[in-house]
Write a protein that binds this ligand. Structure first.
Ligand SMILES: *Cc1c(COP(=O)(O)O)cnc(C)c1O
Length: 377
């Protein structure tokens, strides 16, 4: 049995320090101890999101947090513009549909970021739009949207800017306050080096005014309930305190490395992975690639399933398939969280060796060599 090396864009590998911390005996949550943990985590989340605003810790995966945020920020009369060009953004559109939120859609090409000019046009033409939903790094297509530029458009009027930062916060440059983002959402199992189970929502003062103006049709992930409890460093319902305990450790690891250094590491791994793929004669799916996850097109005549299964069974390297219409057409490799140069190099080597075994023609070591030239010497 080879050692498992998890390169899926969520869940990602969890450091041993975090695992050991979570193995400790269970504590009760209505205690000073838990309040101290939550206070410490909230302050470190503010650093992570680069904000002075409230950061809420919810129980549930990223979808729970995003659903809570979308439903809470869309009172009747405030139309939402959903920008979608991938599976995750389509999910936020589906949340709007399910909750019968008044919304308009802007659909863009898979592999691209949302067009800033198109968003500007929508805003100009439709004065009822009072909120924009974007996905910063669309994990399904591995593409990046310029949310900073889109946020700037929303600052010119009474319009909230919500961003799914599930694969950007803690791995790609993201500055909530400086960029003028009102609601930013992430989850625990991507850049935060934790198992799945926690969702995070950072909320600006501007957004709270809207959220507190009406009673959103949501109970469990109700942002107002979480804000109220957070005033006493508490949670409205039983929190996943084992994960919060791990969060303390993972956030302090990020603080210790320094956010800028984490961003630089992620970018370096992405750049070297793209170079390795190109050297092997492979192509990158996204035209506007994100640095947190790379999507590599499966070459013609190679069975995607066989390739991924061989990488996993022989080398322990687990990559993700494409999603939705991209299923069977690409492999996705994460650069988020607890992953370094040699980890990623091992994934490149596994890709190369297994492709060759399946009959793909490339010189052994060509991808590994290109990777090495990019990160070292
Ligand atoms: C993973 C992911 C989600 C969904 O989060 P879950 O934790 O699976 O609920 C949403 N958006 C993006 C961009 C993601 O990468």
């Amino acid at each position: 049995m080879p050692k498992l090396r998890l390169f899926t864009p969520g869940p990602t590998m969890v450091p041993e320090e975090v695992l050991l911390e979570m193995a400790r005996p269970i504590e009760h949550h209505r205690t000073q101890m838990y309040r101290d943990w939550l206070k410490e985590c909230t302050e470190n989340l503010q650093y992570l999101f680069q904000t002075k605003s409230t950061c809420l810790t919810l129980t549930g995966s990223g979808t729970a947090a995003a659903e809570g945020a979308i439903v809470s920020m869309a009172p009747p009369g405030r139309r939402v513009l959903v920008c979608h060009g991938g599976k995750f953004a389509e999910r936020w559109r589906d949340v709007c549909r399910r909750f019968k939120i008044d919304h308009v859609e802007y659909e863009y090409e898979y592999g691209r970021g949302a067009g800033v000019d198109v968003v500007a046009d929508h805003l100009k033409k439709d004065p009822k739009i009072g909120a924009v939903i974007t996905v910063h790094s669309e994990t399904s297509t591995c593409a990046l949207t310029d949310v900073k530029a889109i946020a700037a458009l929303t600052r010119e009027r009474d319009c909230l800017m919500m961003t799914d930062c599930i694969t950007s916060v803690g791995c790609l440059p993201f500055k909530m306050d400086e960029w003028g983002i009102d609601i930013a959402v992430t989850g625990s199992q991507k850049a935060l080096m934790l198992p799945p189970g926690l969702g995070f929502v950072a909320v600006s003062e501007r957004a709270w005014k809207v959220i507190e103006s009406f009673e959103a049709p949501i109970f469990y992930n109700n942002l107002r309930a979480f804000k109220k409890s957070l005033a006493d460093w508490d949670a409205p319902w039983t929190p996943a305190n084992t994960l919060v305990r791990g969060l303390r450790v993972s956030l302090s690891m990020i603080r210790k490395e320094g956010l800028e250094n984490v961003w630089a590491r992620t970018a370096r791994l992405a750049k070297a992975t793209r170079a390795a793929a190109q050297a092997m004669g492979l192509t990158i799916f996204a035209k506007d690639p994100s640095d947190s996850v790379t999507g590599i097109n499966t070459p013609a005549n190679i069975d995607n399933d066989k390739w991924r299964k061989l990488m996993k069974s022989r080398y322990g390297v687990q990559l993700a398939d494409g999603q939705g219409q991209l299923k069977g057409k690409m492999v996705r490799i994460s650069h988020m969280g607890y992953v370094d140069d040699l980890d990623t190099l091992s994934a490149i080597a596994a890709m190369e060796m297994s492709l060759r075994e399946l009959g793909y023609k490339c010189e052994p070591g060509i991808g590994v060599g290109a990777f090495m030239k990019m990160v070292g010497a």
